[in-house]
Design a protein around this ligand. Structure first.
Ligand code: PMP
Length: 282
């Protein structure tokens, strides 16, 4: 497979990263995951905008502009003949002698990107998945898509050990998001999700879902909600680039609704699918 290291498309086996890369040593960098459907990058513009914003928030200058990044994405898709999958991209603050301080201007950020084949999780989307609740122990800048994912890793592993697909996080009882997804409840026909503050990552899938709700007169609110709201919700779902609109049918061992994906979640799934089809035919 061909991967990107800075502006060079090379064989994966030829790619070399310095042991003093700041991403490796400090998690000093940001990343994105972009979904590819039928060889087409889905919401690539939005992902790249967020990528640049994340970089700006950690005071890091991106080594390439957005147009160049779009070209890299196209090249990666073409060279790897990618139909259905994703592109992982990350930029770190570069490689130099280990020191917490930012390196000088002579040290350039390091971009790496590669493709992966992934199928849509159809069975899970159809039947729903289980989730558990755990404490959100992350820092206060969750709006940055930073490489530091240790709390997310710990939460996801905890979920796995309880035979769950996702860990839904709470801060003092306020539900923030999933370990790698945004979280939503539905109560009396209204969808509620945490506002896009510093406490969550404003998911691109989340933004698509909010637009779909608005365009289809589905009541939606970006409001805080609490653990009791989660437990007593009519429906729960999480969203992400790879999970799309994923129904949660069990929470901490308790069925949500009748233990099957609910009607409004299914409605959103079909609207999301239409959106994917739109992009494919562009
Ligand atoms: N929150 C977190 C913490 C995530 O890691 C992700 C997935 N990257 C999301 C939300 C969903 O974001 P997106 O829809 O852009 O994939």
């Amino acid at each position: 497979a061909k991967v990107l290291v800075n502006d060079q498309l090379i064989e994966r086996t030829e790619a070399v990263i310095d042991i003093e890369d700041r991403g490796y040593q400090f998690g000093d960098g940001v990343y994105e995951v972009i979904r590819i459907y039928d060889g087409m990058a889905f919401t690539a513009d939005e992902h790249l905008d967020r990528f640049f914003h994340s970089a700006e928030k950690i005071k890091m200058e991106m080594p390439f502009d957005k147009q160049q990044m779009l070209q890299f994405i196209e090249q990666l898709i073409k060279e790897n003949n990618l139909q259905d999958g994703s592109i992982y991209m990350q930029v770190t603050r570069g490689a130099t002698a280990r020191n917490h301080l930012f390196p000088g201007k002579d040290i350039k950020p390091v971009l790496t990107a590669y493709t992966k084949e992934v199928a849509r999780p159809e069975e899970k989307l159809e039947n729903g998945v289980k989730a558990m609740v755990t404490e959100d122990i992350r820092w206060l800048r969750c709006d940055i898509k930073s490489l530091n994912l240790l709390p997310n890793v710990l939460a996801k592993q905890e979920a796995k050990e309880q035979d769950c697909y996702e860990a839904i996080l709470h801060r003092n009882g306020t539900v923030t998001e999933g370990s790698s997804s945004n979280a939503y409840i539905i109560k009396d026909g209204k969808i509620i999700t945490h506002p896009a503050t510093n406490l969550i990552l404003n998911g691109i899938t989340r933004q698509v879902i909010l637009q779909l709700c608005q365009a289809n007169q589905i009541p939606v609110a970006e409001e805080e909600f609490h653990l009791d709201d989660l437990k007593t919700a009519d429906e729960i779902f999480v969203s992400s680039t790879t999970s799309e609109v994923m129904p949660i049918v069990q929470l901490d061992g308790q069925s949500i609704g009748d233990g099957k994906p609910g009607p409004l979640t299914k409605k959103l799934q079909s609207l999301f699918l239409e959106k994917i089809e739109e992009v494919k035919t562009q």
